[in-house]
Design a protein around this ligand. Structure first.
Ligand SMILES: Cc1cc2nc3c(=O)[nH]c(=O)nc-3n(C[C@H](O)[C@H](O)[C@H](O)COP(=O)(O)O)c2cc1C
Length: 229
């Protein structure tokens, strides 16, 4: 995907300007978020949520401790957040002011163009569903999170993926109960395959995710948020 496709053929001039990545972000933004104000270069985390209930709470708790963060949601993430009774309004209450939310409203993941404006220093997918892990591992990008990771990789922006199905037995919190799952060989193999993808660090527990984020903060001379929202 390219944010600005040059006119090489039968282009005709027009008085209306072409949509920019900022326009697309504004269109995909949750109500009221400011995507017009210029942001300092490499100043923000892009945190992608997928439709995983497993480690959702733990992932959100870590995200809320990071400075300067935007959330990018897959369509499944929106549904799963609602099922776990975490609508956008309650999400905002968990985060410091300045949180921006981008929804997956386009087939071509138009908001990914924001990566080209050099605003994001890190792309995180946490928690990552087996579906998203499989797509990322095999180079498929057809959702907002999978496109974010793919484009970040092509730009050399570090990515961190919290793959949840990494053990032979996973005990996960379903909306109403705890459930024991046994990831299949294909899920485990996809996690291993993802580990070999360029610019992508795979983590397999909240502790590993926290350590990876701490490493990014240190590399960027940034610190965890100390105040709670
Ligand atoms: C309540 C609920 C919880 C879910 N939790 C998980 C999960 O923990 N891990 C997983 O791989 N899929 C989970 N799923 C299924 C994914 O949401 C589904 O595979 C979806 O297509 C993933 O899309 P995405 O990867 O684009 O976000 C869950 C679905 C529901 C309804």
């Amino acid at each position: 995907m390219s944010a600005a496709t040059p006119c090489t053929g039968n282009c005709t001039s027009s008085t209306s300007r072409s949509p920019t990545p900022i326009d697309a972000l504004a269109a995909a933004a949750d109500d009221g978020d400011d995507f017009d104000s210029p942001q300092p270069a490499r100043s923000r985390f892009a945190w992608c949520l997928t439709g995983s209930g497993h480690y959702l709470e733990e992932s959100l708790a870590l995200a809320a401790r990071l400075p300067q963060l935007d959330l990018f949601l897959s369509r499944a993430a929106e549904e799963v957040l609602a099922i776990y009774k975490l609508p956008f309004e309650s999400l905002r209450e968990r985060f410091p002011p300045g949180l921006r939310i981008v929804r997956d409203k386009s087939a071509s993941a138009v908001p990914v163009g924001m990566l080209y404006t050099d605003v994001y220093h890190t792309v995180v997918i946490a928690p990552a569903t087996s579906n998203t892990v499989a797509k990322c591992a095999w180079g498929i990008s057809d959702t907002l999170p999978t496109n974010m990771l793919a484009q970040a990789g092509k730009l050399g922006i570090p990515g961190i993926v919290f793959a949840c199905d990494t053990e032979p037995v996973v005990v996960t919190k379903a909306p109403h109960d705890w459930v024991t799952l046994r990831p299949r060989r294909i899920e485990l193999d996809n996690v291993e395959r993802l580990r070999a993808i360029d610019h992508c660090q795979v983590v397999a527990s909240p502790a590993e995710l926290e350590a990876a984020l701490a490493g990014r903060l240190q590399a960027l001379a940034l610190a965890w948020n100390t105040s709670s929202s």
